[in-house]
Design a protein around this ligand. Structure first.
Ligand code: BJ8
Length: 423
C-alpha cells in the first residue's frame, strides 16, 4: 500500500490508533478471506478494494471533493443514494463492525447500546474512520431508539449532521411523511452542493443505483445453485463493499464475478462439495469487518447461501422505477421503492417474515440462522415470531444473540455445529 500518512493526518486521524486498527484488520482479512479454498478469481478485485479501503478509496474521495463534489455519509439503507448522485455527490456507508474504543463510546452512551452504534462512536471518538472525517454531510435517520437518540449526541461531533425522520408504520400517512422527508433531503443536498436536481440528473442517479442493485441481485440469484459457487463470506463481502466503492466500477466488477460464477455453475463447480449443508442468515446488518458469525458458520460444515439483511437482500432487492418526467414524479417512485423496506423498526412487519420464507425456499436453504445484535430490541423482539413462522413452515431456525467481541465465539460455534448437524 502507498504511503497515505499525509492524507490521514490532514483528515485529523489518530495515526497510532489508526495504524493499530489497520494491522488488526489486515491480519483478520488474511486469516478469514484469503485462506478460503476455491475462491473465484473475480474476488481479487474485492481483495484489492479491502486492502485499499482506507487508502486509495479515501484518496478518490479527496479528489472528488477537490473537484467540488460533496461526500455524504449515512448509517442506513433508507438514505437514497439516487438523490446524492443527482447532485453529483458521493455516497458512503458509515456503519462500523469492529469492537474498537468501546471504553470511549461507553463514556457517552449507555453500556446496553448495540455494538453497531457503539462501534460508530468508538471510531469517531478514537479518530480512526477516514470516511466519517471526509464527509461534508452525515445523514442520520429516526429508525430504532438507539440510533435516534445517538444522533443527538453525535451531532456536535461532526461537521454537518442531518437527520431524516421516518415513519413507524406502513400507512398512507407514513408514505406521505417519507416523501416529504425525501423532498426536504433533496433540498438539503442542493443547498450543500450548490447544484439543482433536475429530472435528467435524478434519472441518471436512479440508473446508476439500479445497475448496482441489479448486479448484486444477479449474484444473489446465482447463489441458489448447488454446489454453492461462492462462499457466504465472499457473498457478504461483496454486499459490504457495495457501500464504499465507486458505484459504476463496483457494478462492473460484480457483473464480471457473476459471469465467472455462472460459468462455474454450468460446469457444476462449487466452492464446497455438492450437498454441503446450506443455511441462510437473517437479521441485523453486518458492517465491515463484522465477519464473526459467517466465519463460525462456514467453519462448521455449512455454507451460507444468502443474507436477509440490510447488508444483503433487504438492502438491495427493490429497484427504483425511472418513471415520469418531473422531479416530483421521480420522488414518488423513489418513495415507493424505499417504503417497501421491511426493517424490524416497523410495526407490524409481516412482509419480512414472508420474504425470509420465500428466500429460504428459493435458495434451498435447509435452515435459517437469525442474527440479533445484543441490545437490538427491534430484531431480537422480531426473532421470536420469525422463528415461530419458519418452524411452522418446516424450516429449522436458530436464534443467536451476540456482539462484536470474540468472547462468545466458542459457545456460538458449539450451538451452530449442533444446529448444522440437525439439518
Ligand atoms: S433499515 S436494519 S440499516 S435501521 S442493530 S442500530 S436496529 S439497535 S441497523 Fe438498520 Fe436502517 Fe433498519 Fe436496515 Fe438499531 Fe438494532 Fe443497533 Fe440497528
Amino acid at each position: 500500500m502507498a504511503d497515505y500518512t499525509k492524507m490521514w493526518s490532514e483528515l485529523g486521524l489518530d495515526l497510532k490508533s489508526h495504524d493499530a486498527l489497520l494491522s488488526i484488520l489486515g491480519s483478520a482479512y488474511g486469516d478469514i478471506f484469503l485462506s478460503q479454498k476455491n475462491r473465484p478469481g473475480g474476488m481479487k478485485y474485492f481483495d484489492f478494494v479491502m486492502s485499499e479501503v482506507h487508502g486509495l478509496r479515501i484518496q478518490e474521495l479527496m479528489e472528488a471533493k477537490a473537484q467540488g463534489r460533496i461526500v455524504v455519509g449515512s448509517y442506513c439503507v433508507f438514505v437514497p443514494e439516487e438523490l446524492i448522485l443527482a447532485v453529483n455527490g458521493v455516497s458512503v456507508g458509515l456503519c462500523a463492525g469492529a469492537e474498537f474504543n468501546f471504553e470511549g463510546a461507553e463514556e457517552v452512551l449507555p453500556r446496553n447500546t448495540c455494538a453497531l452504534i457503539k462501534s460508530a462512536f468508538g471510531f469517531k471518538l478514537g479518530k480512526v474512520c477516514p470516511y466519517l472525517e471526509a464527509c461534508d454531510v452525515v445523514v442520520g435517520e429516526n429508525t430504532c431508539d438507539g440510533k435516534k437518540k445517538a444522533y443527538e449526541i453525535l451531532g456536535p461531533m461532526v461537521k454537518d449532521l442531518y437527520v431524516i425522520d421516518l415513519h413507524q408504520t406502513k400507512s398512507e400517512m407514513g408514505r406521505a411523511l417519507l416523501k416529504e422527508e425525501y423532498r426536504r433531503f433533496a433540498t438539503k443536498l442542493e443547498n450543500v452542493s450548490g447544484r439543482k436536481i433536475t429530472p435528467e440528473s435524478l434519472k441518471k442517479g436512479i440508473e446508476i443505483v439500479n445497475a448496482k442493485r441489479a448486479a448484486v441481485k444477479r449474484l444473489a440469484a446465482i447463489r441458489a445453485a448447488d454446489p454453492a459457487p461462492i462462499s457466504g463470506l465472499d457473498g457478504l463481502l461483496v454486499n459490504q463493499v457495495f457501500f464504499y466503492d465507486d458505484p459504476i466500477r463496483f457494478t462492473d466488477s460484480v457483473n464480471k464475478l457473476c459471469d465467472e460464477l455462472e460459468d462455474r455453475v454450468k460446469k457444476g463447480m462449487g466452492v464446497v462439495a455438492p450437498g454441503t449443508t446450506r443455511v441462510m442468515v437473517s437479521g441485523c446488518p453486518m458492517a465491515v469487518p463484522n465477519w464473526k458469525l459467517p466465519m463460525l458458520i462456514e467453519s462448521s460444515n455449512a455454507v451460507i447461501v444468502g443474507e436477509e439483511s440490510c447488508v444483503g437482500e433487504r438492502g438491495t432487492r427493490w429497484l427504483t422505477e425511472s418513471k415520469g418526467d418531473t422531479v416530483e414524479d421521480l420522488l414518488d417512485t423513489i418513495t415507493e421503492r424505499y417504503f417497501s423496506i421491511d426493517c424490524a423498526v416497523f410495526t407490524p412487519n409481516p412482509s419480512r417474515i414472508d420474504y425470509v420464507k420465500e428466500m429460504a425456499k428459493r435458495l434451498s436453504a435447509q435452515g435459517v440462522i437469525h442474527y440479533g445484535l445484543q441490545f437490538c430490541q427491534p430484531y431480537i423482539m422480531e426473532s421470536g415470531p420469525v422463528e415461530k413462522e419458519l418452524e411452522k413452515s418446516g424450516i429449522p431456525t436458530l436464534r443467536l444473540e451476540t456482539d462484536y467481541s470474540q468472547e462468545d465465539a466458542g459457545q456460538l460455534k458449539t450451538r451452530i455445529e449442533a444446529f448444522v448437524e440437525r439439518l
